[in-house]
Design a protein around this ligand. Structure first.
Ligand code: FES
Length: 85
């Protein structure tokens, strides 16, 4: 399937791009969504950015194709969404 959506580059609920969050995570030594959420709020609003935050932490990428439902379900199965909500 061809994806043509614009890249996802930021949290919608809090004014932070993933690039900004990645830089700060590197400086602060953050390795979890919970640390990002505690410091910047991202992930504590609607939660839609949480799978992207996890992927950012795992890969260092800061722009993502919109995740398809199977990718979100895989994230949910892993349980990261249950932390610090
Ligand atoms: S998009 Fe990040 S909390 Fe809503």
């Amino acid at each position: 399937m061809l994806r043509r959506e614009k890249p996802v580059r930021s949290c919608i609920c809090y004014p932070n791009t993933f690039a900004e969050l990645k830089d700060e995570a590197t400086r602060q030594g953050w390795t979890t969504i919970e640390e990002i959420t505690a410091a910047r709020g991202c992930g504590s609003g609607c939660g839609a950015c949480r799978p992207y935050l996890q992927k950012m932490l795992e890969t260092g990428e800061t722009a993502f194709e919109v995740m398809v439902p199977q990718e979100v379900k895989a994230f949910l199965r892993r349980g990261e969404h249950l932390h610090n909500k």
